[in-house]
Design a binder for this molecule. Sequence first.
Ligand code: API
Length: 279
Amino acid sequence: MNGLGNEILVVDMRDGAATMTGAVARAVAGEDRTAFEQMMVVYPPRADGTEAYIKIFNNDGSVAGACGNGTRCVAHFLNRATGKDHMTVETDGGLLEIFNAGGDLITVDMGKPRFNWDQIPLAEEFADTTGIELQIGPIDAPVLHTPSVVNVGNPHAIFWVDRDPDTYELDRFGPLLENHPIFPERANISLAQVLAPDRIKVRVWERGAGLTLACGTAACAVGVAAARKGLADRKVTIELPGGPLGIEWRADDHILMTGPWTLEWEGTLPENLLPGRAA
Ligand SMILES: N[C@H](CCC[C@H](N)C(=O)O)C(=O)O
């Protein structure tokens, strides 16, 4: 599947017969890591009132606590499998409520943002950074305001730029920032250009996946950080290379993300790749 071009592999393990590992996810991604950008493994529910437990892997085999585009794809998969169009799923980043928003649109309540340095997380030596604003080492992109950091189930750093984000060498300095020592768990890196109070153009270098056409959690992070800095409204359209996502940071602090899903093909993983089964 894909979410605005963000390549998502949904793996149905609701039979609980096997457990996916980072090593297997990395192998399934292939040498060139092109098979998917995130893998969403759907396990039987663990928590009361949830439809499933979702484990998220990047195509480098690392685990992510949240994946907005992937959650919309899983929502379609579970909607088709169960007939339910309103459900709650568990992820490592928390419980997410999913709603059918009509047509091919899904709304996910991505929960509440976290801003404190130990929630991003940021390295100890930055512990005196109380808010989400902090200076991060030099990047060769003129930055309009102090960068923002926010956790929406996964860590994000946002650089506010005054030029089209497509005109920066994000593929060059993205990995430097992703792996900057300030981020002990690495970070997803966004360039954000505020075009209007309700419109922000964003381009993302993803932790563990690199440049993607869309990143739902980055859209959530940018929407929240822009509103908090007074750069935009609490309800915005985030324009990603793959298309727009609607973000609303509600008064109750929950972040709603609305966008499409696309089913590309269905099949089964090669038996010899499935962990826990005879190779
Ligand atoms: N593309 C995903 C983000 C995956 C996050 C992952 N890159 C990480 O946090 O390590 C999304 O739509 O939210």
